[in-house]
Structure formats: C-alpha cells, structure tokens
Design a protein around this ligand. Structure first.
Ligand SMILES: C[S@@+](CC[C@H](N)C(=O)[O-])C[C@H]1O[C@@H](n2cnc3c(N)ncnc32)[C@H](O)[C@@H]1O
Length: 377
C-alpha cells in the first residue's frame, strides 16, 4: 500500500518529538535516521510532482510547531540541544548533507527528558544529562531495561492490577512512573540506596503527579530555574535511612524509600505480591545480596503466587551466568519469559550506548517452578 505524503510527514514529526523531548544529542543515529527519512520524503514529493517548496514549508512549520507549541515545552529543553536541533533542521530543510559544525554551549547539569510510554502518555524526568555514571551512581539516568519492562508489562497489565509492588534499584523512576499512570496497583514502593537517586525519584514523582495545586501549574521560568540549580533535596542525607516519602496517586499508595541490598533489616521489609527490577544485574559483587533480598521478599510475602520480574540488558553474559547461579543457590527458580531488543530509533535512553538485547526473568521460590507461558515471547 502506498504511504501518502501526509503520513510520511506524521512519521517524521513523531520521530522528531521522540528525539527532541528525549534529549537525544544530534550526533546520535536517531537524528541521522531522521535526516534520511526527510530526504526520502522530499524525494517522494518530487516523484509525485508535489510543489517541493510547499512541501519543505509544510515540514518546516510542523517541526517548528513542535519546538514552540508542543505540550511538553513546559519542560524546557536545554539551550544546547535547542540550538543543535535548529542547525539540524536548517541543514535538512536546505538539503545540506555536509556535517554539522561544532556548537559551543554550556550544557546545564540538569535537564528534562520526556519519554512517550503507555499509549502516548509522557513521563517526564528531571535528571542529569547523558552521563551514564554521575555523582557515583548509575541511577540518575534511565536504562533500557526500564523501557523494556514497561513495554512488556503493558501487554500483561493484569499481572499488576490490585497488586502490592516493590521496585529494587529504581534509578530515576522511569519504570514506576510509567506504571503508575495506568496499571491500577494497590501500592508501589520505589527503592534505591543512593541519596541523590531517592531525591530524584521524589522530584520526578512530584513533576509527573503534582499533589497540590501550588505545584500544578508551575511557570516554565520557575521550572527552568529548578533545572539550573538542580533538583532540591526532599530528604537530606542524614535522614535517608529513616525517612520515606509517601504520596497517594489515584488509588495507589506510593512510597519512595531507602533499601540497600547490601544492608537491610529483614523485619522492616514490606509484604508485597510483585517485585520488579530493571538493569540492576551488573555488578557481580552485588549479586549474592540482591538474590538474598529477592528470596527474603518472596518468602515474606503472603500472596498466593509471589513473583519477581527482573529485566536485564545483556551487557555481559558472564555476569548473567553468575546471576543464574546465585538465583539457584538462593533457592530461586527462574524462567526467561521474554527477550527483545530495540533499534537505535526505538530506544532513546542512554543513546550513546549500543543497543544490546534485554531479557526478562520471572523468578519464584523453588517449588513454585515457573513455566514459560505460550504467547509471552
Ligand atoms: C543501572 S541503574 C538502573 C536504574 C533503573 N532501574 C533503570 O532501569 O533505569 C542501577 C540502579 O541500582 C541502584 N543500586 C545499585 N546498588 C544498589 C544497592 N546496593 N542497593 C540498592 N540499590 C542499588 C543504583 O543506585 C541505580 O539506581
């Protein structure tokens, strides 16, 4: 079936929105792919004898509209990205295929990234820019596993409906924030061990689910100021182990609390039905305590069928083999119930990293042996 010029334009604008509000640097493959799409779009317009100038004007005004009027413009894109994208647009619209010159700009440390997840809803994160490790943690940027687990759970929403859910190593909170929009959970607990990460989750929760009217319609200038000074601390370092943050989101009672896999008190663990984790299997030394915690949570649960779902991007097969061994040593049985990968245009998290496959573990206490279900892959 022939795709109309209008539909081609919609695809370009949608990809543009994804890359622009996901704060993907213009050096990334996503922008090159988008550039190729635009060239094909103009070639198709010429082939079908459309007025080329009118076609360019139409695309130009649509892309400019995104930058100036899209609903997400209340979360400011950094001046550097905005300027780079303006250069990119000029090159594309001028039909210039030469490389982009270097643009010197001070990038603010904190920026907004908005991800489209869950039926065209956006999750906005105020987080550190691009760096994979910042302030001694990997938790201030989002990882592919969070996207993979969100996308997978979107197909199996009933697994979480009315369930008590805990997430281990939540990072900036992309997974939980996506699930809180539409999964009807009874409760959701974000956890992490890092003070900055915990405060980042709280800030991101307030950003996505403003709880009182005073924070609801923040002035963009006020938000911009927040990005310049960085997220504020809701819980100070000295109280991070003893104080947790609570917010009711719809029917779901939501909490953010400190939970260190290496040092926790079993008697203070909550009773949950489902345990989630994404991209938390990477440091071999952490695998025994992490598996110990999963075992403790599953044993403590009073649910009919307590289950953990852990999404792991396949960066090191040796590490994943160690994880498999540790699970068995801790009396846990597992099945890999889904596996998939994203193309550079589909995933925008950690866009400087090449895109490995992600696998999803379903883990239960041995005795409740999980069988892969038909249709889950
Ligand atoms: C690679 S990041 C993944 C973050 C998030 N789950 C995602 O997919 O975007 C790993 C996370 O595990 C957390 N983490 C590492 N060691 C931990 C520990 N001992 N206890 C609790 N969290 C830990 C880090 O702070 C970080 O947020």
């Amino acid at each position: 079936m022939e795709i109309s010029l209008e539909d081609r334009c919609i695809v370009i604008v949608r990809s543009f929105i994804t890359a622009y509000f996901g704060h993907v640097p213009v050096q990334s493959p996503i922008w090159n792919n988008l550039h190729d799409l635009c060239i094909k779009y103009f070639a198709y317009a010429a082939h079908t004898q459309h007025d080329l100038k009118a076609t360019r004007d139409c695309l130009s005004s649509q892309l400019t509209d995104v930058v100036e009027h899209h609903e997400l413009t209340r979360f400011p894109v950094s001046p550097k990205l905005k300027s780079e994208v303006a250069h990119w647009m000029k090159r594309v619209l001028d039909g210039d295929t030469t490389s982009n010159g270097n643009i010197e700009f001070e990038e603010p440390e904190y920026i907004f990234k908005s991800f489209e997840r869950n039926h065209l809803e956006y999750v906005t994160l105020l987080e550190e820019n691009r760096n994979i490790i910042g302030h001694g943690t990997t938790g201030l940027t989002s990882w592919q596993g969070a996207m993979f687990l969100t996308d997978w759970l979107t197909k199996f929403t009933s697994f979480l409906t009315n369930q008590r859910v805990i997430e281990l190593g939540s990072g900036s909170g992309l997974l939980g924030l996506s699930l809180l929009r539409s999964f009807g959970m009874e409760s959701f607990i974000f956890t992490d061990c890092h003070v900055k990460v915990i405060n980042a989750i709280i800030n991101n929760l307030q950003l996505n689910f403003p709880s009182d009217s005073s924070t609801k319609d923040l002035d963009p200038a006020e938000l911009l100021e927040q990005t310049q000074i960085g997220p504020h601390y809701v819980i100070p370092e000295e109280k991070i182990r003893s104080v947790s943050y609570h917010q009711r989101i719809g029917h779901c009672s939501t909490a953010v609390q400190h939970l260190d896999w290496l040092k926790y008190d079993v008697s203070s663990l909550p009773k949950v039905d489902v345990i989630l984790g994404s991209d938390i299997v990477y440091e071999r030394a952490f695998l025994p305590p992490l598996c110990g915690l999963i075992q403790d949570l599953l044993k403590l649960s009073d649910a009919m069928d307590p289950t953990a779902y852990i999404a792991c991007t396949e960066r090191s097969f040796t590490t994943l083999d160690c994880f498999n061994d540790e699970l068995k040593k801790h009396g846990l049985s597992y099945a890999i119930i889904s596996k998939g990968s994203y193309s550079p245009t589909e995933t925008i998290v950690n866009s400087d990293v090449s895109h490995q496959a992600t696998r999803l573990y379903r883990i239960k206490l041995t005795g409740n042996l999980p069988q892969p279900e038909r249709g889950l892959f």
